[in-house]
Design a protein around this ligand. Structure first.
Ligand code: PLP
Length: 445
């Protein structure tokens, strides 16, 4: 293979505007040129390897260059790379819709495809509003979101997002949304349980719905883990409570499982742990195994039927050019096959127990708080006591993690591990050691 151009980084910084990045910071923070990837590892231009501890932004499930997914996509390439999904259909989209529906016990049987997570959120919000309008309740046009929640960067999704850094600059462009308290278990007062925090948070939702439900279309929630908000975890009773309140007040429940779906929380879908079903389920990220952009909104018969009519304007006239792309759908089907073939959900229980154990007594480290885990997501907060003015924790930690051979990207002072579902015993130890080594290095600067 030809060696990568030595000045790839320089060329990238001049030609590529990188996402979620203040470009000037790359004057001091090196950009990592990745030449190839296989299994759990990314390889840089110099051939150094990094264990992908965050699944390349939470998308990769079964490792890079997986032979099964490669073969499925290659096969599809020779058959049908793309065709529009308006007026046409194809086997991969139909099969994927059927299999996702089956995974919801047939309760969410209508799949509306898009390409990115944020577009799925836009679709769910528009569909909810339009559902109520088609039923003669056009006043139901408000959305409710949760403190510290994240739903994507487009204007509609950002309007229901509560991460100040992403949102504040665009405040004047965003439609108002109601915000209710987060059920984040870390907010527990002494003697309070995670369920108590959830009950307190639910009381606020109840108050809002009682006052305002005739104007509220939907509430949007990240079930069990608010990921971008710092891996904030909550008790499943919160979701049960939301379901009850939504039923009582005629409000849609939108479950944004873009990050937490596909086994991340220990069940295939996170909402299963609460024994409920949402009205809308948004999926993306892991759906294609980390191969191709694909998202989908699953909804109920009741939602779908509200649009089914002779008048075109009662229909849902939303679209994206690459909606239901066959290559992406084939990657998704191969990914679903891997869940079955590798018994991933059950095997992950053992694998992530081992990862937690490999972190040893990290929980009792004087600078570590709230070591927590939900399924395949592990996180802890770092205090950096005695060095309050240090700043830039996430960037410093990430640099030390790379030096220790792992790609990790803390969110603020929260370090988290969300690796693909393929780590063997040796890789588990390697990831845990890199996590601890990077912490010690960062704290001793
Ligand atoms: C990543 C994410 C999104 C946005 O998905 P994109 O593909 O980045 O647009 C929405 N919601 C949640 C919970 C996410 O984690």
């Amino acid at each position: 293979m030809q060696a990568p151009s030595p000045d790839l980084v320089t060329r990238s910084l001049s030609a590529v505007w990188h996402p979620c990045t203040q470009m000037k910071h790359h004057e001091r923070i090196p950009l990592l040129p990745i030449a190839r990837a296989r299994g759990a590892y990314l390889y840089d231009a110099a051939g150094r390897r990094y264990l992908d501890g965050i699944s390349s932004w939470w998308v990769n499930l079964f490792g890079h260059a997986h032979p099964d997914i490669n073969a499925a996509v290659a096969d599809q390439l020779g058959t049908l790379a793309h065709v529009m999904l308006a007026g046409c259909t194809h086997e991969p989209a139909v099969m994927l819709a059927e299999r996702l529906s089956a995974l919801t016990g047939g309760t969410l049987g209508h799949a509306f495809f898009a390409s990115d997570g944020a577009s799925a959120v836009e679709i769910a919000l528009k569909m909810s509003f339009h559902f109520w309008r088609n039923h003669g309740h056009a006043a139901k046009r408000d959305f409710v979101c949760i403190d510290n929640g994240y739903h994507g960067e487009t204007l509609g999704a950002l309007a229901v997002t509560d991460v100040a850094l992403f949102r504040d600059a665009y405040g004047p462009l965003l439609r108002h949304a109601h915000r209710v308290p987060s059920p984040d278990a870390r907010l527990a007062a002494p003697g309070e349980s995670a369920a108590d925090v959830a009950a307190r948070a639910l009381a606020e939702v109840a108050r809002l719905f009682e006052a305002r439900a005739t104007h509220i279309a939907a509430i949007i929630v990240e079930p069990l883990v608010q990921c971008a908000g710092g891996m904030a975890m909550h008790d499943p009773s919160y979701l049960r409570g939301l379901r009850e309140l939504c039923d009582r007040h005629g409000v849609h429940l939108v479950a944004d499982e873009i990050a937490v779906g596909f086994g991340r929380t220990g069940t295939f879908f996170a909402h299963e742990q609460a024994g409920i079903r949402p009205d809308f389920l948004c999926l993306s990220k892991g759906i294609s195994g980390g191969y191709l952009p694909l998202s989908v909104v699953l909804s109920t018969d009741a939602i779908h039927d509200a649009f089914y009519a002779d008048e075109i304007a009662r229909g849902f006239l939303h679209s994206h050019s690459y909606t239901g792309n066959p290559l992406a759908c084939r990657a998704a089907l191969a990914t679903l096959d891997l869940f079955v073939r590798t018994d991933a959900i059950a095997r992950n229980r053992v694998r992530f127990d081992a990862l937690e154990r490999a972190l040893g007594n990290l929980a009792s480290h004087p600078d570590v708080a709230h070591l927590r885990r939900r399924g395949a997501i592990l996180a802890f907060d770092v205090a950096e006591r005695g060095r309050p003015g240090q700043g830039g924790f996430a960037q410093r930690y990430a640099r030390h993690a790379l030096a220790a051979g792992a790609l990790l990207r803390p969110i603020g002072r929260t370090v988290y591990l969300m690796p693909p579902y393929i780590l063997d015993d040796e890789q588990i130890v390697q990831l845990a050691s890199a996590t601890i080594a990077a912490l010690e290095k960062t704290l001793s600067e």
